[in-house]
Write a protein that binds this ligand. Structure first.
Ligand code: ADP
Ligand code: MG
Length: 515
């Protein structure tokens, strides 16, 4: 990026809401995210409303409105008392009715903020946090899908009428990295709250990026261009970076930037003009006479607010402060609400050592869940938000199906903390718990792993070992100040106890008896 210039970015993010049916018609759509619309026969998720047949009337999907309000409450937006729907008139072949039902003057949420995190200097260090303001979010319907073949174009209305929340930011973003961070933060908020799945590969999250440039220190907003339908993270990042460079080149060459809508070609790595930008009056907006305005009462808002989880970055700070967890472990937990709830339940069952509880979950439990999924062949593709081309990953076995419950996991940590078993043995016990779903204590007893803390018995073993001729050398070495010599004594002691002597006690008693 040429120095001296600043990139100004505002995003419009379209997110398919998690609803069981379409936004204005009782036609099944996502079934709570389990149904991949791509796998369904084209033009089967339709009815007279979706196809806009004469006389068909839309009815607002309550869940779609609730999900929109929940989003607003999650980002601290204002929920206006009254919201209504407008017709945005245009003809697109992927929309069956010459207009889209959307919201213009009275959107469902106003304002709000999203906290973002920029990549840190290293993976294990928290990056800089920033607040990005939202302008509003409005609830509208999705369009269908066109497929262009050599001989013509095919249209599929399965997606038409799906509930879409368009989230519009203020022009607060200053780099492609910040734009990516915003998408990641939004996705984490929406997924943890169960508002949307945001799977970009399934088209559940799409983004238009508005970009302008200005010299550093300038406060005016210069003419921007809008890049339409960016549907991968790398697309968002690369399109913005390219477009900023292009605009700087234009300005440097003394040309003016035209306000226009542009497309992104991932193959050439360039943006290209689509059309000059429409203004609002081009769309002939007017309130949809088929839909009543809707009131969202304060009571309804409180009811919905009670269903929201803690915001991920708030939760992360709390885990680091309250439980003293390292940043890396909290980064694994916070994007996954059920994992957080699992951790908190386990930490509650054994409050003395949350770090050990967290480590057991982050290492052994997540590892076992992933391995179980591979064995089951239950792998399904998922999106990783790494900024790389969207990669397929393995979906682990869900926590709901996890054979080890939080209190059982806590029980294992407790046994380790009380030195009943060693950390090494804990791994073996955990594997058995995962395989059988039984409690740690039962497995420890069955395997005869319980460490001996019988001081008298340990003393006797130690005295026997010290009396061996082979012990003379390490004893004198230890007395001469060689700490390591103690280990050559501990080996035979542990062996004589069949591995059951509590290592801490062995160390204590050995030191006492040797002098
Ligand atoms: P429209 O009504 O034409 O869609 P808006 O003013 O609502 O335009 O803005 C749409 C998006 O463009 C918002 O995300 C906003 O932050 C962003 N935006 C507006 N002006 C600029 C600008 N000069 N540079 C970059 N982004 C901008
Ligand atoms: Mg717009």
């Amino acid at each position: 990026m040429s120095s001296g210039y600043e990139t100004v970015i505002g995003l419009e993010i379209h997110v398919q809401l998690k609803t069981r049916s379409k936004v204005f018609a009782p036609v099944p759509y996502l079934f709570g995210g389990e149904l991949d619309p791509k796998a369904i026969t084209p033009n089967t998720l339709i009815d007279p409303v979706v196809l806009a047949l004469p006389g068909a009337l839309p009815v607002l999907n309550r869940r779609a409105l609730e999900q929109s309000v929940r989003f607003g409450l999650l980002v601290g937006a204002q929920i206006p008392a009254l919201t209504n729907w407008d017709r945005k008139n245009y003809f697109y072949p992927d929309s069956p009715k010459n207009y889209q039902i959307t919201q213009k003057d009275h959107p469902v949420t106003l304002g709000g903020e999203v906290e973002i995190e920029l990549p840190g200097p290293a993976r294990n260090i928290m990056g800089e946090h920033k607040i990005i303001r939202l302008n509003h979010a409005h609830l509208e319907e999705d369009v269908g899908k066109l497929t262009h073949t050599g001989t013509g174009s095919l249209v599929d209305y399965n997606r038409a009428g799906a509930a879409l929340l368009e989230i519009v930011t203020e022009p607060d973003l200053r780099s492609p990295e910040e734009a990516v961070a915003l998408l990641n933060a939004l996705r984490m908020l929406l997924v943890t709250a169960g508002i949307a799945d945001c799977d970009m590969e399934k088209g559940q999250m799409r983004c238009d990026a508005n970009v302008s440039v200005r010299t550093h220190g300038e406060t005016v907003l210069n003419t921007r261009t809008e890049m339409k339908n960016l549907n991968t993270i790398s697309g968002v990042k690369n399109a913005i970076a390219y477009e900023a460079r292009r605009q700087i080149r234009e300005v440097e060459a003394g040309r003016t930037i035209r306000q226009e809508t542009r497309g992104w070609n991932a193959d050439t790595g360039r943006t290209y003009p689509l059309r000059s930008k429409e203004d609002a009056h081009d769309y002939r907006y007017f309130p949809d006479p088929d839909l009543m305005p809707v009131k969202v009462s304060p009571e309804e808002q409180s009811r919905l607010a009670a269903t929201l989880p803690e915001r991920p970055y708030d939760r992360q700070r709390r885990y680091m402060e309250q439980y003293k967890l390292p940043f890396t472990v909290t980064s694994v937990f916070v994007p996954d609400r059920s994992l957080c709830e699992y951790f908190e339940a386990a930490a509650h069952a054994h409050p003395a050592n949350p770090s050990a509880v967290a480590n057991l979950i982050a290492n052994d439990l997540l590892g076992a869940l992933a391995a179980a999924a591979r064995k089951d062949g239950a792998a399904t593709p998922d999106i990783t938000f790494t900024g790389e081309p969207d990669a397929a990953a393995t979906q682990p076995l869900s926590l709901a199906d996890c054979p080890v419950k939080p209190a059982q996991l806590a029980g294992l940590v407790k046994l380790t903390d009380e030195d009943v078993i060693s950390r090494q043995q804990a791994k073996e016990v955990f594997a058995a718990m995962f395989a059988t779903g039984r409690d740690a204590a039962a497995i420890v007893d069955e395997k005869g792993l319980r460490q001996s803390s019988d001081t008298g018995a340990i003393e006797k073993i130690i005295l026997d070992v010290l009396a061996l001729p082979s012990s003379a050398k390490p004893i004198s070495e230890f007395k001469a100040g060689n700490e390591k010599a103690l280990n050559s004594l501990k080996g035979p002691i542990m062996k004589a106890s069949q591995g059951k002597a509590n290592p801490k006690l062995v160390d204590e008693i050995l030191r006492r008896l040797i002098v």
